[in-house]
Design a protein around this ligand. Structure first.
Ligand code: NAD
Length: 517
């Protein structure tokens, strides 16, 4: 039975966020325009149409780029702490709207309400981080080899930053990029996933209010909507020096080549194939909680979801039993109902991919320890609810090597030394997140050493998902090599300049070269 929009306060949330039935999808701030075709925003929770958003036309896009390029001229000369003040105000706005925005994220994308609120909290956290950063953005000072010379590095803004985001983190990934880019002095043009256009419209309303209240020009924060073709306008556009793209490896390879062909910069955050290694010294209770949350949280649709569990033969049967028992407790259903652990997949295409992966495992002769399947009947009418599955599998199988964006956990055994487990873990093309469960210090340190995990994220006694914004986030190999969020990820959004100043009356050359006139 589908829920009414009044249930769970969704209508109220839509009202508070100002996302009406039909929304403009193109904006340069408070200016909204365009009459392009409509994209339907349909909830995977119950297949209800939540709203419609106008796609951006080529003409609209040109208008956006003009406004953004103009705004950059003003924004880049505003002192960084003043730009930080705007980000601070945006963070405050997000605090006020956390509840309705989190609810819309949950309903439009299908993640649990807690995860929807968590996503907005991540936006707030990155705003706080960026505010502090706005008083730093520091370079190095070096000693010159020439007397009476001073040498240092400084960072300048890049210009228009294009942000292409995926459906599974419909708002947080934009904030990770944009909060940093803004304090760095860049202006942003965001193309959200065509599967989650309404949350993007809601975010744009919130930032537009802040920009208007501060009398800032149109163009600092822009929104464009549509499918990959709209994304391609940005990747091909020389006016966009940096494209930050989050999504599948397939998409990332195309974006990387397109942007590189014009010698632009890209920041790529692509798919993962994340594993937890469970050693004989693991705390099994913690392991099970970490693995289950990692595998079924967001219905297996996190880039950091746990896809592979590599378990030592000495504890394999114990882990297998504990896991299968834990899966029996899972409640699958409406993610707005906080009693449920697992919500729907994003759409029926994702369900097909899930079924395809299970069929492939069976073709390979893999044993399903927890059978999957699509749920039918009351509450499951959208056709997007599936049962989280566990399969015994081998790492080299094609299907295990791929990222299937669904709750399927591959269980595999290792024997002998930890090196064997690390080899399995690293034996995939992706390199996003990894974890080891062990109480043995030596094992933990070996896992984190140069010869250990080859991923961008390596955790000890924590699952693979659930990153904090303080650290740089991203992965190696086909995950794309990009870093976003904390630490010094801000440097990607700026261009570096080395300055040497001569305060003498002589002109000595570097390397002692003589050039006398
Ligand atoms: P997707 O690749 O289908 O789409 C992502 C975005 O790219 C969308 O906005 C889409 O319109 C756009 N796009 C697609 N092709 C394009 C092209 N040729 N040119 C320009 N834009 C293009 O991915 P999805 O299904 O929305 O998201 C799931 C994927 O994202 C998974 O692989 C997941 O691991 C990955 N992801 C990675 C991270 C990370 O930080 N590493 C975070 C979230 C999601």
């Amino acid at each position: 039975m589908s829920i009414t929009l009044e249930d769970y306060g969704i209508m109220e949330a839509l009202g508070k966020l100002g996302v009406r039935e039909i929304n403009n999808g193109t904006s340069t701030g408070s200016d909204w325009f365009g009459e392009g075709d409509l994209i339907d925003s349909v909830s995977p929770v119950d297949k209800q149409l939540i709203g419609k958003v106008h796609q951006t036309t080529r003409e609209d896009y040109e208008k956006v780029m003009e406004k953004a390029t103009d705004a950059f001229k003003q924004w880049r000369v505003m002192p960084a702490p003043q730009r930080g003040e705007i980000v601070r105000q945006f963070g405050e706005r997000l605090r006020t709207y956390k509840e309705p925005l989190g609810k819309l994220v949950s309903y439009e994308m299908g993640k649990s309400l807690q995860e929807g609120y968590g996503e907005v909290q991540e936006m707030i956290d990155i705003c706080d981080f960026a505010v502090g950063l706005s008083r730093q953005l520091h370079g190095f000072t070096m000693h010159s080899e020439r007397p009476g010379h001073r040498m240092y590095e400084q960072y300048h803004p890049l210009g228009v930053v294009g942000i292409i985001s995926a459906f599974n983190f419909p708002v947080a990934v934009w904030a990770w990029n944009t909060a940093l880019a803004w304090v760095c002095g860049d202006v942003c043009v965001w193309k959200p996933s065509e599967k989650t256009p309404l949350t993007a419209v809601a975010c744009q309303h919130l930032i537009a209010e802040v920009l208007k209240e501060n009398n800032l020009p149109e163009g600092i924060s822009c929104l464009i909507n549509g499918d990959y073709k709209v994304g391609e306008w940005m990747t091909n556009d020389k006016r966009v020096p940096l494209v930050s793209a989050t999504g599948s490896i397939r998409m990332g390879k195309i974006v990387a080549q397109t942007v590189a062909a014009r010698l632009g910069k890209s920041l790529l955050e692509l798919g993962g194939n994340n594993a937890i290694i469970v050693t004989p010294d693991a705390d099994i209770k913690m392991t099970v909680i970490g693995a289950v949350f990692g595998a079924v949280g967001t219905c297996g649709q996190r880039c950091t979801s746990t896809r592979r569990l590599i378990v030592h033969e000495d504890v394999y049967d114990q882990v297998k039993e504990a896991l299968t028992d834990a899966y029996k407790q899972l409640r699958i259903g409406n993610p707005l109902d906080q009693n449920n652990h697992v919500g729907p997949l994003i759409d029926t295409d994702a369900v097909k991919n899930y079924l395809h992966a299970i069929a492939k495992v069976q073709e390979h002769g893999g044993k399903l320890l927890v059978e999957g399947g699509v749920l039918e009947g009351e509450g499951y009418e959208s056709g997007c609810y599936v049962k989280p599955a566990i399969a015994e599998a081998e790492n080299h199988w094609d299907i295990v090597q791929e990222e299937t964006f669904a709750p399927i956990l591959y269980l595999m055994k290792y024997s002998g030394d930890l090196e064997n487990a690390i080899a399995l873990q690293n034996g995939v093309v992706q390199g996003l997140s990894s974890a080891i469960m062990t109480t043995n210090l030596r094992e933990a340190e070996r896992f984190l050493s140069h010869a250990g995990s080859d991923c961008g994220i390596a955790n000890v006694n924590i699952g693979t998902s659930g990153a904090e914004i303080g650290g740089a986030f991203g992965g190696e190999k086909e995950t794309g090599g990009g870093r976003e969020s904390g630490s010094d990820a801000w440097k990607v959004y700026m261009r570096r300049q080395t300055n040497t100043i001569n305060y003498t009356t002589e002109l000595p050359l570097a390397q002692g070269i003589k050039f006398d006139l």
